[in-house]
Design a protein around this ligand. Structure first.
Ligand code: GLU
Length: 264
């Protein structure tokens, strides 16, 4: 089934805070540059590409001297406002080296929830992709308290993938796959190569979250997988430390954990 990925036309890649920053919260520029190179190459090969990125709150918090990810909403909003501008500037510079234009798209639940705004979001994204642009999406954390309180970019990326009818969503994270038990505490834990359907038993395999500057974890990734399955989008969870893994996923290699869509 992974073989079919070679033909995918439209790909959404989501990177978590832990993928584009070091554990001290500072930006991992090498990783971001490699990501820009791989995604531009994918775009050059004829695929539509969307990047969903986290990092605004974590990066902004560090920039303002906070010791860890803020918990007070107004501080999260302030951190996001600072960090979002920083990460976009860096992405813009790296993508620009390869003559790739990028666009910032910030979304809230309303854009993906109401029919009219859903349509607007879809139209904007479609137009950007027709024009050869790579949209870079994040939650609009500095204006939406609701988003910060309940949202995560795993589910947001699944909603984006569904809205634009993507063929594949790749979640890049700090663990290489879903395991049947927590691999950090159990050396006998086995990698799950493929999930047909996200059942309650599959959800029980999910563990905790990554660094003190990030959110999410395996549970939100499985919730994203449920959205993808219902929306007819295939999904993969892979380790984010080497962006060239994106090529390996698309060429059908057995890496990470692959989730079928309902249509298969
Ligand atoms: N939107 C948040 C940020 O950019 C992160 C949410 C997430 O990582 O799921 O900081």
């Amino acid at each position: 089934m992974r073989e079919l990925l070679k033909d995918c036309k439209r790909v959404v890649v989501k990177v978590g805070t832990s993928t584009i920053t070091y554990s001290n919260g500072l930006l991992n520029l090498k990783r971001m540059e490699e990501l820009a190179w791989v995604l531009t190459d994918l775009r050059n090969s004829g695929k539509d590409v969307v990047l969903v990125t986290s990092g605004a709150i974590g990066v902004g918090a560090v920039r303002m001297g906070m010791k860890e990810r803020p918990t007070v909403i107004r501080e999260k909003q302030a951190a996001a406002a600072v960090g979002q501008a920083m990460i976009m500037q860096i992405y813009h510079n790296f993508f620009d080296r390869y003559n790739q234009t990028v666009a910032q798209v910030l979304l809230t639940k309303e854009e993906v929830g109401s029919d009219q705004r859903y349509e607007n979001t879809k139209n904007t994204m479609e137009t950007l992709m027709e024009l050869g642009v790579i949209p870079i999406v994040n939650a609009n954390d500095s204006i939406s308290t609701y988003e910060i309180e309940i949202s995560d970019n795993d589910r947001l990326s699944a909603m984006v993938a569904e809205i634009i009818c993507a063929d594949l969503l790749i979640l890049m994270t700090d663990i290489d796959a879903l395991y049947d038990q927590d691999p950090k505490t159990n050396p006998n834990a086995k990698r799950i190569s493929c999930v047909d359907w996200v059942t309650e038993d599959v959800k029980k395999m999910a563990g905790g979250k990554g660094s003190k500057f990030s959110v999410g974890g395996m549970l939100t990734k499985l919730q994203a997988a449920e959205i993808c399955q219902d929306g007819g989008v295939r999904m993969a969870i892979v380790l984010g430390d080497d962006p060239t893994i994106i090529h390996r996923v698309i060429s059908g290699e057995d890496v990470g954990t692959f989730f079928h869509s309902r249509k298969e």
